[in-house]
Write a protein that binds this ligand. Structure first.
Ligand SMILES: Cc1ncc(COP(=O)(O)O)c(C=O)c1O
Length: 476
């Protein structure tokens, strides 16, 4: 109902026979298969120890998942096990622990290749997160041709007058790096506008693409402010018709959609572990291998070289070329555990027997998770609409459970503080999207962003707390 399926795998677990339905908690209809997997996903809440914390004497209602998600016990345990029993540096030693740590780290890469359905494991670059991934690509395109290894065709540095298209809904992480790349190369950044509903204006996009030479289209898969899911597959298809490279900011999508980079058709896809129930300080840049091979390295140092003389260095193959220095080994292992956790989520909690079995499990988990989240989103929108003086910003065609709103007479910071006193955690501010705030005509919003582990009761607590804030500020 809220989701289109551009570039998102079909919901395998949701197909059902005619007439074979039952009522779910919120009154909607589902098949027995759906209700089983929905119940299993909901039960996943118990895996997150922090969700039973008290905040200001109230049970935590954590509605700030777009900022960061919580971590299931299995991820916490995996990181603890690494440091307690397996810790060693990787790729550069012969002793048992180092060999073992190297194997586990490289297995983590394989798990992440499955997670995004990459063409090859070598396309998975571990880094600090989405921001670093986008900076890595933007920096390469701003680097002179001499630093590139095989510039050719689409994949060559920017030059004077080239156009970089970003959208009006971008997080600063997918805007500022392109502004810097433009400043270094003489390229210009132009914005794809959004409609009043909060969708990308596809007519304007096509018009902008015709303004040659568009070299790069950098868009978010999903907005962290209004939850819009952009039709990446379509955007990429159109961009490629105009010989532009497509860079996708996947920060918000990875906790909600089964990512399939082969299906999406983009050239690069960047995301952060902490937004998908994994650790902070770790993320992935996925890129087509030929592109990665052509690009110059982002950072240089140990572990990314083939041959070094006092005058010159040749670089290792990808992915090592992009992983200079000691990486976040425990982070990568923790992130792989988060991917396994998601694969197991709707499958009785038991993870895949092996990494190559992960993909079908991920698909069925995300299908069930989508049902849970769609119900939560529908409930939240329904519950927020009658609140007097409250305006939800944007009603995109396809929306993640991320909702921004403003409340007459109450500044978002004051609202956020009152909600916090009730144990309800939301985000307030510009959400690192100042141009989008301008487009929406507000300086700041209050944002409730949900994950599969949220509940209808938490949404009701949000509404009660908003009403308390209204009374506090004397709103009628
Ligand atoms: C849409 C979007 N892009 C990029 C980022 C940056 O992610 P990170 O800070 O993990 O690098 C965020 C973080 O909130 C985001 O929401």
């Amino acid at each position: 109902m809220y989701r289109l399926h551009f570039g998102v795998e079909s919901r395998g677990a949701t197909s059902f026979e005619d007439g074979d339905t039952m009522k779910l908690e919120n009154g909607s209809l589902a098949t027995p298969l759906e209700s089983d997997s929905v119940a299993t996903v909901r039960a996943g809440r118990a895996d997150f120890p922090i969700l039973s914390t008290l905040i200001n004497g109230n049970p935590l209602a954590y509605l700030d998942n777009a900022a960061t998600t919580h971590k299931p016990q299995s991820v916490i345990n995996r990181i603890q096990k690494f440091y307690a029993a397996e810790n060693s540096n990787i790729h550069r030693g012969v002793h048992t622990l180092t060999a073992q740590a190297t194997d586990i780290y490289e297995e983590a890469r394989s798990a992440l290749a499955q997670f995004v359905n990459g063409f090859s494991v070598d396309e998975i670059i571990f880094n600090r997160g989405c921001t670093e991934g986008i900076n890595c690509v933007a920096d390469a395109f701003a680097s002179p041709a001499e630093l590139w290894q095989h510039p050719s065709g689409l994949i060559s540095p920017l030059s004077e007058g080239d156009v970089i298209l970003v959208s009006e809904m971008e997080h600063h992480s997918n805007l500022v790096p392109w502004q810097i790349a433009a400043a270094k190369s003489g390229a210009v950044v132009k914005a794809i506008p959004i409609t009043d509903s909060g969708d990308l204006d596809l007519d304007e996009y096509q018009a902008l693409l015709k303004m040659n030479p568009v070299r790069i289209v950098a868009v978010t898969h999903a907005s962290n402010v209004i939850g819009t899911v952009n039709p990446i597959q379509l955007l990429a298809e159109l961009a490629h018709q105009h010989s532009a490279i497509v860079v996708v900011d996947g920060a918000q999508a990875v906790a909600h959609l089964a990512i399939d980079v082969q299906n999406l058709g983009a050239d690069f896809y960047a995301f952060s572990g902490h937004k998908m129930f994994g650790p902070t300080g770790i993320g992935v840049l996925w890129g087509k291998q030929t592109h990665l091979e052509a690009m110059p390295p982002y950072q240089t140092g140990g572990g990314m070289v083939r041959e070094v003389t006092m005058q010159k260095t040749t670089f290792a193959q990808v992915p090592a070329k992009f992983e200079a220095g000691t990486p976040n080994i425990a982070g990568a292992i923790g992130l792989a555990e988060a991917a396994r956790y998601l694969a197991a989520l709707a499958n009785g909690g038991s993870g895949p027997a092996s990494i190559d079995k992960m993909r079908p499990q991920l698909q069925s988990s995300f299908a069930a998770l989508t049902l849970v989240e769609d119900q939560l989103l529908a409930h939240a929108l329904q519950a927020l609409t009658p609140v007097k003086g409250l305006k939800v910003l944007g009603r995109p065609h396809h929306q993640l459970p991320v909702i921004s709103f403003v409340l007459d007479g109450v500044h978002p910071h004051d609202l956020g503080t009152i909600l916090d006193s009730e144990g309800v955690a939301v985000r307030v501010g510009h959400h690192c999207c100042m141009p989008l705030m301008r487009r929406l005509g507000v300086p700041a919003t209050t944002r409730a962003s949900l994950a599969f582990y949220n509940t209808d009761a938490e949404i009701e607590r949000l509404i009660d707390a908003i009403n308390k804030a209204r009374s506090f500020f004397g709103e009628p």
